[in-house]
Write a protein that binds this ligand. Structure first.
Ligand SMILES: [Zn+2]
Length: 249
C-alpha cells in the first residue's frame, strides 16, 4: 500500500483544521465572534482588555453643550460664526421667558446675586411673578417689583443687563441689603406711559410711522414672551426640566 506524502498529509490536515474553525466562527453570534477576535488579538500581540475600552472622559451631553455656550442675553454679534453648539444654546435661550427673573439670593451679604430667566413651567405656575422670585421662597404676599442692573461675566467678558424681578418683603430686604434697588411700582409705570403718550402726540406722523416700524422690528428680534399669555400657547415650546440652567454668574 502506498502512504501519502508527508506534505500532502499536512495540507489535508490544515484544510480540516480551517474547516473546523470556520464552523466554530459561524456557530457564534456577532458579539461572541467579536470577543473571540479581541481575545485572540490580545493573546497574540499582548495588552489588556482595558486598552480597548472607549474613553468617556470627553463625552458631552446636550446639557453640557448648552451650559458651555449659554448666554444670559444674546447680542447680534454673539450670533456671528455660529457653530452647532452655539445654535443649540441659542435654541434653548429662545425658549426661555425673558420678562421676570428667578434670583439666587443666598450670597446677598457679599452683594452677589444670581439671575436666570424662567422656564415654561414657572411661567405657568406663576413662579417669579405671582410667587416670590427667590428660587428658595414660595411666598405670595406683599410682592414688589424690582429693577436691577445685573453685572455679570460671561465667556470672559463683562456685561450688564437690566432685569426685573418680583420679591416678597423678606427677599426684597436681602436684595436691598447693600444698595437700595429701583422699585417698579404700578403708578410709576402708568406715569411713564402717560409721559410717553404725551411725547408721542407731539411727534409728527412720519416719525410715528418710523417708530412703529422700529417697534415691530424689535419685537420680532427679541423673542419677548408675555407672561400673561394663555398656557395653551406654550404647547409647542418643548422645554425639559433637565435643560434647566442654574445661573452662570
Ligand atoms: Zn421671598
Amino acid at each position: 500500500t502506498k502512504v501519502a506524502h508527508k506534505n500532502v498529509a499536512a495540507h489535508e490536515w490544515d484544510r480540516e483544521e480551517a474547516r473546523n474553525r470556520r464552523q466554530h466562527l459561524i456557530s457564534m453570534n456577532a458579539f461572541e465572534r467579536h470577543k473571540k477576535f479581541v481575545s485572540d488579538y490580545i493573546l497574540y500581540y499582548g495588552g489588556k482588555i482595558e486598552d480597548f475600552r472607549r474613553s468617556m472622559s470627553k463625552d458631552k451631553t446636550d446639557l453640557d453643550v448648552v451650559r458651555e455656550n449659554h448666554r444670559f442675553l444674546w447680542r447680534e454679534e454673539d450670533e456671528e460664526d455660529m457653530t452647532w453648539e452655539k445654535e443649540l444654546a441659542k435654541k434653548y435661550y429662545d425658549k426661555l421667558f425673558k420678562e421676570y427673573c428667578i434670583a439666587d439670593l443666598s450670597r446677598y451679604k457679599e452683594n452677589k446675586f444670581g439671575f436666570r430667566w424662567r422656564v415654561e413651567n414657572e411661567v405657568i405656575s406663576g413662579k417669579g411673578q405671582f410667587h416670590c422670585g427667590n428660587k428658595r421662597c414660595e411666598n405670595k404676599e406683599g410682592l414688589k417689583s424690582w429693577e436691577v442692573n445685573f453685572a455679570y461675566v460671561e465667556q470672559g467678558e463683562k456685561r450688564n443687563a437690566l432685569v426685573k424681578l418680583r420679591l416678597c418683603p423678606e427677599c426684597s430686604f436681602k436684595l436691598n441689603y447693600h444698595h437700595k434697588r429701583k422699585e417698579v411700582t404700578v403708578k410709576k409705570r402708568q406715569q411713564s406711559k402717560e409721559n410717553l403718550d404725551k411725547s408721542v402726540s407731539k411727534k409728527s406722523r412720519k416719525q410715528k410711522r418710523k417708530d412703529k416700524r422700529k417697534h415691530k422690528k424689535r419685537r420680532k428680534g427679541k423673542h419677548v414672551f408675555n407672561a400673561n399669555q394663555d398656557p395653551k400657547h406654550f404647547q409647542d415650546v418643548e422645554l425639559l426640566e433637565k435643560h434647566f440652567i442654574v445661573c452662570l454668574c
